[in-house]
Design a protein around this ligand. Structure first.
Ligand code: FAD
Length: 283
């Protein structure tokens, strides 16, 4: 994937999916992917377990996206539990399966890994994966955090290490989800000042049920603006209206981002093609 094919249009849309828990869930996911293909995304990415447990599933799914749907597929790859051997064999598998785009990540400490093993992991940060991946011919993306990564002492420190990922060869960045566009615009300004000159995709998560918001905030650390809090309070007992209002919120966010000319919008679909379809239809 070259920059030109990923960024085929300004403010394009891309999607993220995750592997089903069981292999029996694959036919359903393939139906979801077929439906997402019809929305003409620039790419579809697929997550990877922090401990590498889903690596085969991720590879299968991205291969389906790339080779069957003929859309650019991006395989997430976390390094928290990678050894040099498992890294090289994963790269080999990806290549053999026709995958050539990777989102290089650290991942959080896997549940079955001790603190000590995590502290002594082979690859400390995804910046160490980027040069070998580039050398092997992959296009490489990295993650970024408009509200800073929870471990970073400051936004400045986080951006310093983000710049390092770009200097190591990251071709573009995909952001953690956020609900307040002003936070993203401030982040873009900081990146520009730091000399980060690669495209930055804005991560958008449509909140379609009150239950989703708790998990989402826990995992992402995203702050909830008053407009989102009001919406949750208003529709918490009305799932149908909540779904509509959550989709509408995402549409308004995306419209504003596009008006401001962002590089692209990456939708965390949570494997709900119907939600992605409603959003793209409105856009
Ligand atoms: P890093 O870039 O290593 O950043 C983590 C912390 O280390 C930050 O505080 C950063 O400032 C600091 N840091 C970075 N580089 C250095 C350095 N060289 N030296 C010292 N400190 C440094 N998790 C999964 O398990 N599977 C997935 O598929 C997945 N997909 C994701 C997709 C996106 C778009 C995003 C935003 C996150 C995703 N995550 C996923 C979550 C991610 O793994 C976690 O947020 C993790 O805690 C950090 O990963 P990272 O790649 O940003 O790490």
């Amino acid at each position: 994937m070259t920059r030109n094919t990923v960024f085929s249009s300004h403010s394009h849309i891309s999607f993220e999916v995750f592997p089903p828990k069981k292999w029996e869930g694959f036919p359903n996911l393939y139906e979801t992917l077929d439906a997402l293909r019809d929305l003409s995304p620039s790419f579809i990415s697929c997550t990877y377990g922090a401990g590498g447990s889903n690596s085969k599933k991720t590879a299968e799914i991205v291969s389906y996206i790339q080779n069957h749907l003929h859309i650019e597929g991006i395989a997430h790859l976390t390094c928290a539990a990678l050894t040099e051997e498992s890294f090289l064999s994963t790269i080999r598998t990806f290549r053999e399966m026709g995958i050539h785009n990777v989102l290089a990540l650290r991942g959080d400490k896997p549940a079955d890994m001790s603190e000590e093993a995590f502290a002594n992991r082979t690859y400390k940060h995804p910046s160490e994966l980027i040069p070998p991946l580039k050398e092997a011919g992959f296009t490489v993306a990295a993650a970024c955090y408009p509200e800073k990564h929870f471990e970073a002492a400051s936004m400045e420190e986080d951006i310093h290490f983000l710049k390092y990922k770009v200097d190591q060869g990251a071709d573009f960045l995909i952001s953690q989800l956020f609900f307040d566009n002003d936070i993203f615009y401030r982040f873009l300004e900081m990146c520009e000042k730091a000399g980060i000159d690669v495209p930055i995709e804005a991560g958008i998560m449509p909140i379609t049920s009150p239950k989703m918001i708790g998990t989402t905030i826990n995992l992402s650390g995203a702050s909830v603006p008053k407009s989102m809090a009001d919406l949750l309070a208003r529709y918490q007992d009305n799932p149908e209206e909540m779904r509509k209002a959550g989709i509408d919120f995402a549409i308004r966010q995306i419209r504003d981002l596009r008006e401001r000319g962002v590089d692209g919008v990456h939708i965390y679909t949570m494997n709900h093609a119907d939600v992605a379809k409603d959003i793209c239809g409105a856009l």
